[in-house]
Design a protein. Structure first.
Length: 385
Protein backbone atom coordinates (compact mmCIF):
# COMPACT_ATOMS: atom_id res chain seq x y z
CA UNK A 1 0.00 0.00 0.00
CA UNK A 2 1.27 3.48 -0.90
CA UNK A 3 0.21 6.74 0.74
CA UNK A 4 1.40 9.27 -1.84
CA UNK A 5 1.82 13.04 -1.85
CA UNK A 6 -0.52 13.11 -4.85
CA UNK A 7 -1.47 10.92 -7.80
CA UNK A 8 -2.65 13.79 -9.99
CA UNK A 9 -0.13 15.10 -12.52
CA UNK A 10 -2.00 18.42 -12.69
CA UNK A 11 -0.46 19.53 -9.39
CA UNK A 12 2.99 19.50 -11.01
CA UNK A 13 4.73 17.99 -8.00
CA UNK A 14 8.08 16.84 -9.30
CA UNK A 15 8.03 13.31 -7.90
CA UNK A 16 4.59 12.27 -9.16
CA UNK A 17 5.71 10.83 -12.53
CA UNK A 18 8.39 8.84 -10.67
CA UNK A 19 5.77 7.45 -8.28
CA UNK A 20 3.66 6.30 -11.24
CA UNK A 21 6.63 4.49 -12.77
CA UNK A 22 7.56 2.78 -9.51
CA UNK A 23 4.00 1.56 -8.88
CA UNK A 24 3.82 0.26 -12.47
CA UNK A 25 7.12 -1.58 -11.99
CA UNK A 26 5.91 -3.12 -8.73
CA UNK A 27 2.85 -4.41 -10.58
CA UNK A 28 4.98 -5.75 -13.43
CA UNK A 29 7.22 -7.62 -11.00
CA UNK A 30 4.25 -9.48 -9.55
CA UNK A 31 2.96 -7.32 -6.71
CA UNK A 32 -0.49 -5.88 -6.10
CA UNK A 33 -0.38 -2.13 -5.53
CA UNK A 34 -2.93 -0.04 -3.66
CA UNK A 35 -2.56 3.75 -3.60
CA UNK A 36 -4.32 6.50 -1.68
CA UNK A 37 -3.37 10.19 -2.18
CA UNK A 38 -2.70 12.85 0.44
CA UNK A 39 -3.51 15.73 -1.94
CA UNK A 40 -6.50 15.67 -4.28
CA UNK A 41 -8.32 12.71 -5.77
CA UNK A 42 -7.10 9.21 -6.60
CA UNK A 43 -6.22 8.42 -10.20
CA UNK A 44 -7.00 4.93 -11.44
CA UNK A 45 -4.69 3.11 -13.85
CA UNK A 46 -4.07 -0.38 -15.20
CA UNK A 47 -1.31 -1.09 -12.69
CA UNK A 48 -2.85 -0.26 -9.31
CA UNK A 49 -6.06 0.05 -7.32
CA UNK A 50 -7.00 3.15 -5.36
CA UNK A 51 -8.75 4.28 -2.22
CA UNK A 52 -10.10 7.82 -1.77
CA UNK A 53 -8.37 10.63 0.07
CA UNK A 54 -10.02 10.83 3.52
CA UNK A 55 -9.12 14.53 3.75
CA UNK A 56 -9.76 15.56 0.16
CA UNK A 57 -11.43 18.88 1.00
CA UNK A 58 -8.88 19.80 3.66
CA UNK A 59 -5.98 18.98 1.32
CA UNK A 60 -7.35 21.08 -1.52
CA UNK A 61 -8.05 24.07 0.71
CA UNK A 62 -4.65 23.88 2.36
CA UNK A 63 -2.90 23.53 -1.00
CA UNK A 64 -4.77 26.58 -2.29
CA UNK A 65 -3.71 28.54 0.80
CA UNK A 66 -0.05 27.56 0.34
CA UNK A 67 -0.08 28.44 -3.35
CA UNK A 68 -1.61 31.83 -2.53
CA UNK A 69 1.22 32.51 -0.07
CA UNK A 70 3.79 31.51 -2.68
CA UNK A 71 2.16 33.76 -5.29
CA UNK A 72 2.63 36.77 -3.00
CA UNK A 73 6.31 36.00 -2.53
CA UNK A 74 6.01 34.51 0.95
CA UNK A 75 7.53 31.15 1.83
CA UNK A 76 4.69 28.60 1.86
CA UNK A 77 6.30 26.65 4.68
CA UNK A 78 6.91 29.69 6.88
CA UNK A 79 5.16 30.34 10.19
CA UNK A 80 2.08 32.59 10.16
CA UNK A 81 -0.60 33.74 12.57
CA UNK A 82 -2.68 30.83 11.27
CA UNK A 83 -0.05 28.24 12.18
CA UNK A 84 -1.54 27.38 15.63
CA UNK A 85 -4.99 27.01 14.05
CA UNK A 86 -3.61 24.76 11.33
CA UNK A 87 -1.82 22.61 13.90
CA UNK A 88 -5.09 22.16 15.77
CA UNK A 89 -6.83 21.23 12.53
CA UNK A 90 -4.20 18.59 11.84
CA UNK A 91 -4.41 17.15 15.35
CA UNK A 92 -8.21 17.12 15.64
CA UNK A 93 -9.27 16.43 12.06
CA UNK A 94 -6.57 15.35 9.60
CA UNK A 95 -4.62 12.87 11.71
CA UNK A 96 -7.71 11.04 13.13
CA UNK A 97 -9.22 10.72 9.65
CA UNK A 98 -6.03 9.31 8.21
CA UNK A 99 -5.63 6.90 11.10
CA UNK A 100 -9.16 5.54 10.60
CA UNK A 101 -8.65 5.43 6.84
CA UNK A 102 -5.48 3.33 7.00
CA UNK A 103 -7.06 1.03 9.59
CA UNK A 104 -10.09 0.56 7.33
CA UNK A 105 -7.99 -0.23 4.25
CA UNK A 106 -5.89 -2.77 6.14
CA UNK A 107 -8.97 -4.45 7.63
CA UNK A 108 -10.66 -4.63 4.23
CA UNK A 109 -7.61 -5.86 2.32
CA UNK A 110 -6.48 -8.29 5.06
CA UNK A 111 -3.10 -8.98 3.45
CA UNK A 112 -1.22 -5.67 3.25
CA UNK A 113 2.49 -6.54 3.39
CA UNK A 114 3.89 -3.01 3.80
CA UNK A 115 2.86 0.63 3.76
CA UNK A 116 5.02 3.06 1.81
CA UNK A 117 4.59 6.74 2.73
CA UNK A 118 5.78 8.82 -0.22
CA UNK A 119 6.61 12.49 0.43
CA UNK A 120 3.61 13.03 2.69
CA UNK A 121 3.83 15.28 5.78
CA UNK A 122 5.23 13.14 8.59
CA UNK A 123 4.09 15.65 11.19
CA UNK A 124 0.48 15.30 9.99
CA UNK A 125 0.52 11.51 10.39
CA UNK A 126 2.48 11.06 13.59
CA UNK A 127 1.63 7.96 15.59
CA UNK A 128 0.08 6.03 12.71
CA UNK A 129 3.09 3.76 12.04
CA UNK A 130 3.43 2.79 15.71
CA UNK A 131 -0.26 2.74 16.64
CA UNK A 132 -1.70 1.09 13.51
CA UNK A 133 1.00 -0.76 11.59
CA UNK A 134 3.59 -1.92 14.11
CA UNK A 135 1.13 -3.97 16.23
CA UNK A 136 0.14 -5.86 13.06
CA UNK A 137 3.74 -6.53 12.07
CA UNK A 138 3.41 -4.39 8.93
CA UNK A 139 6.58 -2.47 7.99
CA UNK A 140 6.18 1.27 7.51
CA UNK A 141 8.57 2.90 5.08
CA UNK A 142 9.01 6.60 4.43
CA UNK A 143 10.32 7.41 0.96
CA UNK A 144 11.52 10.99 0.52
CA UNK A 145 12.42 11.88 -3.06
CA UNK A 146 13.05 15.58 -2.35
CA UNK A 147 16.33 15.29 -0.46
CA UNK A 148 18.25 17.34 0.47
CA UNK A 149 16.02 20.30 -0.42
CA UNK A 150 13.20 19.19 1.89
CA UNK A 151 15.42 19.23 4.99
CA UNK A 152 14.33 21.96 7.44
CA UNK A 153 17.37 24.12 6.75
CA UNK A 154 16.51 24.35 3.02
CA UNK A 155 12.70 24.31 2.96
CA UNK A 156 12.14 28.07 2.99
CA UNK A 157 14.83 28.76 0.38
CA UNK A 158 13.33 26.24 -2.05
CA UNK A 159 9.73 27.38 -1.49
CA UNK A 160 8.42 23.97 -0.44
CA UNK A 161 4.79 23.71 0.53
CA UNK A 162 5.47 21.69 3.69
CA UNK A 163 8.17 21.75 6.33
CA UNK A 164 7.01 18.30 7.27
CA UNK A 165 9.98 17.33 9.43
CA UNK A 166 9.05 19.95 12.04
CA UNK A 167 7.85 18.02 15.09
CA UNK A 168 7.99 14.64 13.32
CA UNK A 169 9.21 11.43 14.97
CA UNK A 170 11.32 9.65 12.38
CA UNK A 171 11.85 6.65 14.66
CA UNK A 172 8.22 5.63 14.05
CA UNK A 173 9.14 4.23 10.64
CA UNK A 174 10.79 0.86 10.04
CA UNK A 175 13.20 2.52 7.64
CA UNK A 176 13.67 5.55 5.39
CA UNK A 177 14.46 5.63 1.69
CA UNK A 178 16.12 8.78 0.37
CA UNK A 179 17.30 9.90 -3.06
CA UNK A 180 20.60 11.19 -1.67
CA UNK A 181 23.57 9.29 -0.28
CA UNK A 182 24.96 12.41 1.39
CA UNK A 183 21.92 12.95 3.63
CA UNK A 184 21.94 9.48 5.21
CA UNK A 185 23.90 10.65 8.30
CA UNK A 186 21.69 13.76 8.61
CA UNK A 187 18.43 11.80 8.50
CA UNK A 188 19.87 9.28 10.95
CA UNK A 189 20.78 12.12 13.33
CA UNK A 190 17.17 13.33 13.11
CA UNK A 191 16.02 10.03 14.63
CA UNK A 192 15.47 7.56 11.79
CA UNK A 193 16.23 3.96 12.74
CA UNK A 194 17.58 2.91 9.34
CA UNK A 195 18.17 5.01 6.21
CA UNK A 196 18.99 3.68 2.74
CA UNK A 197 19.73 5.50 -0.52
CA UNK A 198 17.04 4.74 -3.11
CA UNK A 199 17.65 6.48 -6.38
CA UNK A 200 15.40 7.64 -9.15
CA UNK A 201 15.23 5.62 -12.35
CA UNK A 202 13.04 5.47 -15.46
CA UNK A 203 10.54 3.26 -17.26
CA UNK A 204 12.27 2.69 -20.62
CA UNK A 205 8.98 1.83 -22.29
CA UNK A 206 7.35 5.12 -21.32
CA UNK A 207 10.56 7.01 -22.12
CA UNK A 208 11.31 5.37 -25.43
CA UNK A 209 13.03 7.44 -28.15
CA UNK A 210 11.14 8.50 -31.26
CA UNK A 211 12.51 9.57 -34.62
CA UNK A 212 11.56 13.22 -35.06
CA UNK A 213 13.23 16.07 -36.92
CA UNK A 214 15.86 17.96 -34.94
CA UNK A 215 14.26 21.36 -34.41
CA UNK A 216 16.82 22.51 -31.81
CA UNK A 217 20.52 22.14 -31.14
CA UNK A 218 20.52 22.57 -27.34
CA UNK A 219 17.40 22.17 -25.17
CA UNK A 220 16.50 22.33 -21.51
CA UNK A 221 13.32 21.68 -19.53
CA UNK A 222 12.64 22.19 -15.81
CA UNK A 223 9.60 22.78 -13.65
CA UNK A 224 11.18 25.94 -12.22
CA UNK A 225 14.36 27.99 -12.17
CA UNK A 226 14.76 27.91 -8.37
CA UNK A 227 18.44 27.44 -7.41
CA UNK A 228 19.35 26.86 -11.08
CA UNK A 229 20.20 30.38 -12.27
CA UNK A 230 23.99 30.02 -12.09
CA UNK A 231 24.19 26.96 -14.32
CA UNK A 232 21.36 28.00 -16.63
CA UNK A 233 23.41 31.14 -17.24
CA UNK A 234 26.59 29.15 -17.86
CA UNK A 235 25.05 26.42 -20.03
CA UNK A 236 22.30 28.40 -21.79
CA UNK A 237 22.45 32.21 -21.60
CA UNK A 238 26.20 32.65 -22.20
CA UNK A 239 26.56 29.98 -24.93
CA UNK A 240 23.43 31.11 -26.76
CA UNK A 241 24.91 34.60 -27.10
CA UNK A 242 28.27 33.25 -28.24
CA UNK A 243 26.81 30.77 -30.73
CA UNK A 244 24.23 32.91 -32.56
CA UNK A 245 23.76 30.37 -35.37
CA UNK A 246 22.86 27.55 -32.96
CA UNK A 247 19.28 26.95 -31.86
CA UNK A 248 18.82 27.06 -28.08
CA UNK A 249 15.42 26.52 -26.48
CA UNK A 250 14.04 26.31 -22.95
CA UNK A 251 10.68 25.03 -21.71
CA UNK A 252 8.91 24.75 -18.36
CA UNK A 253 9.49 27.33 -15.70
CA UNK A 254 8.77 29.97 -14.65
CA UNK A 255 12.30 31.33 -15.00
CA UNK A 256 12.78 34.78 -13.52
CA UNK A 257 16.12 35.58 -15.13
CA UNK A 258 17.79 36.21 -18.49
CA UNK A 259 18.00 33.22 -20.85
CA UNK A 260 20.22 34.93 -23.40
CA UNK A 261 19.26 34.15 -26.99
CA UNK A 262 17.48 30.93 -26.07
CA UNK A 263 13.89 30.67 -27.29
CA UNK A 264 11.44 30.18 -24.45
CA UNK A 265 8.84 27.64 -25.54
CA UNK A 266 6.49 27.85 -22.55
CA UNK A 267 5.36 24.92 -20.49
CA UNK A 268 5.08 21.34 -21.72
CA UNK A 269 2.58 18.62 -21.01
CA UNK A 270 4.07 15.32 -19.93
CA UNK A 271 3.18 13.84 -23.32
CA UNK A 272 5.03 16.66 -25.14
CA UNK A 273 8.22 16.18 -23.15
CA UNK A 274 9.42 13.16 -25.16
CA UNK A 275 9.22 14.93 -28.54
CA UNK A 276 10.84 18.03 -27.03
CA UNK A 277 13.88 15.99 -25.97
CA UNK A 278 14.07 13.78 -29.06
CA UNK A 279 13.83 16.86 -31.26
CA UNK A 280 17.12 18.26 -29.93
CA UNK A 281 20.69 17.24 -30.72
CA UNK A 282 21.81 18.00 -27.14
CA UNK A 283 19.77 18.00 -23.93
CA UNK A 284 20.97 19.62 -20.72
CA UNK A 285 20.99 18.27 -17.20
CA UNK A 286 20.85 21.25 -14.83
CA UNK A 287 19.66 20.69 -11.30
CA UNK A 288 19.51 22.79 -8.13
CA UNK A 289 22.58 23.76 -6.11
CA UNK A 290 21.70 21.42 -3.27
CA UNK A 291 21.14 18.43 -5.54
CA UNK A 292 24.36 19.04 -7.46
CA UNK A 293 26.58 19.55 -4.41
CA UNK A 294 25.29 16.85 -2.03
CA UNK A 295 27.10 13.75 -3.22
CA UNK A 296 25.03 10.99 -4.76
CA UNK A 297 21.76 12.93 -4.95
CA UNK A 298 19.66 11.62 -7.82
CA UNK A 299 16.95 13.35 -9.81
CA UNK A 300 14.70 11.95 -12.52
CA UNK A 301 16.07 14.06 -15.36
CA UNK A 302 19.34 12.32 -16.32
CA UNK A 303 17.63 8.92 -16.32
CA UNK A 304 14.78 10.20 -18.49
CA UNK A 305 17.16 11.85 -20.95
CA UNK A 306 19.34 8.75 -21.11
CA UNK A 307 16.33 6.51 -21.77
CA UNK A 308 15.41 8.81 -24.67
CA UNK A 309 18.90 8.35 -26.16
CA UNK A 310 19.69 12.01 -25.57
CA UNK A 311 23.19 13.36 -25.86
CA UNK A 312 23.40 14.77 -22.32
CA UNK A 313 25.55 17.72 -21.32
CA UNK A 314 25.48 18.24 -17.56
CA UNK A 315 26.67 20.80 -15.06
CA UNK A 316 29.24 19.46 -12.56
CA UNK A 317 27.26 17.10 -10.36
CA UNK A 318 28.84 15.37 -7.38
CA UNK A 319 28.28 11.65 -7.83
CA UNK A 320 26.80 11.58 -11.33
CA UNK A 321 29.53 9.09 -12.26
CA UNK A 322 27.70 6.64 -9.99
CA UNK A 323 25.01 6.34 -12.66
CA UNK A 324 26.62 7.44 -15.93
CA UNK A 325 30.24 7.47 -17.04
CA UNK A 326 31.47 10.95 -18.05
CA UNK A 327 32.92 11.14 -21.57
CA UNK A 328 31.26 7.85 -22.47
CA UNK A 329 27.58 8.17 -21.53
CA UNK A 330 27.35 11.93 -20.97
CA UNK A 331 29.43 15.10 -21.06
CA UNK A 332 30.16 17.35 -18.06
CA UNK A 333 30.85 21.02 -18.84
CA UNK A 334 32.75 22.67 -16.00
CA UNK A 335 32.16 26.27 -17.05
CA UNK A 336 30.51 28.37 -19.74
CA UNK A 337 33.51 28.37 -22.09
CA UNK A 338 33.84 24.61 -21.96
CA UNK A 339 30.12 24.40 -22.67
CA UNK A 340 30.56 26.43 -25.87
CA UNK A 341 33.48 24.23 -26.93
CA UNK A 342 31.67 20.95 -26.28
CA UNK A 343 28.46 22.12 -27.96
CA UNK A 344 30.41 22.97 -31.11
CA UNK A 345 32.20 19.61 -31.11
CA UNK A 346 28.98 17.63 -30.71
CA UNK A 347 26.94 19.69 -33.14
CA UNK A 348 29.68 19.47 -35.78
CA UNK A 349 29.74 15.66 -35.44
CA UNK A 350 26.16 14.45 -34.79
CA UNK A 351 27.23 10.80 -34.98
CA UNK A 352 29.33 11.29 -31.85
CA UNK A 353 26.34 12.92 -30.14
CA UNK A 354 24.13 9.99 -31.14
CA UNK A 355 26.67 7.51 -29.77
CA UNK A 356 26.58 9.23 -26.36
CA UNK A 357 22.80 8.75 -26.40
CA UNK A 358 22.98 5.07 -27.38
CA UNK A 359 25.45 4.27 -24.62
CA UNK A 360 23.39 6.20 -22.05
CA UNK A 361 20.22 4.24 -22.88
CA UNK A 362 22.16 0.96 -22.73
CA UNK A 363 23.31 1.89 -19.21
CA UNK A 364 19.71 2.62 -18.19
CA UNK A 365 18.54 -0.76 -19.47
CA UNK A 366 21.31 -2.52 -17.55
CA UNK A 367 20.98 -0.74 -14.20
CA UNK A 368 18.48 2.10 -13.91
CA UNK A 369 14.95 0.98 -14.80
CA UNK A 370 12.14 1.13 -12.28
CA UNK A 371 12.00 -2.66 -12.37
CA UNK A 372 15.51 -2.60 -10.91
CA UNK A 373 14.28 -0.22 -8.19
CA UNK A 374 11.13 -2.27 -7.53
CA UNK A 375 13.24 -5.38 -6.92
CA UNK A 376 15.51 -3.36 -4.62
CA UNK A 377 12.51 -2.13 -2.62
CA UNK A 378 11.09 -5.64 -2.25
CA UNK A 379 14.47 -6.91 -1.05
CA UNK A 380 14.60 -4.18 1.61
CA UNK A 381 11.06 -5.01 2.75
CA UNK A 382 11.82 -8.72 3.03
CA UNK A 383 14.90 -7.98 5.09
CA UNK A 384 12.82 -5.72 7.36
CA UNK A 385 10.27 -8.44 8.04
Amino acid sequence: MAVASTMDLRYRLGCTPAWWQLWKALHETGHEVIVTPYLGDPVDALWWRTYPNPCRTESLLYNRYLLARKATGRAPAGATLLSPVLRQLVERDVRPKWKRHIQTVIEKERDVDAVLFMNVPLNHLHGIPTEVLEPLGIPSVFYDGDMPSILPEYTAERGFRFNYYDGADLAEYTFFLVNSEAVVPRVTSMGARMVFPFHFAVDPELFSPVDVAKSADVSYFALSGVAREEWMTKLIAFPSRNLPLRRFRVAGGPFGFDLGNARYQGDLTYSQYRDFCCGSVINLNITSRTHATFRGTSTSRPFELAALKSCIVSQPYDGIETWFEPEKELVVARDEREAVERYEQLLDDPEVAEEFGRRARDRVLREHTYRHRALELIRRLREAR
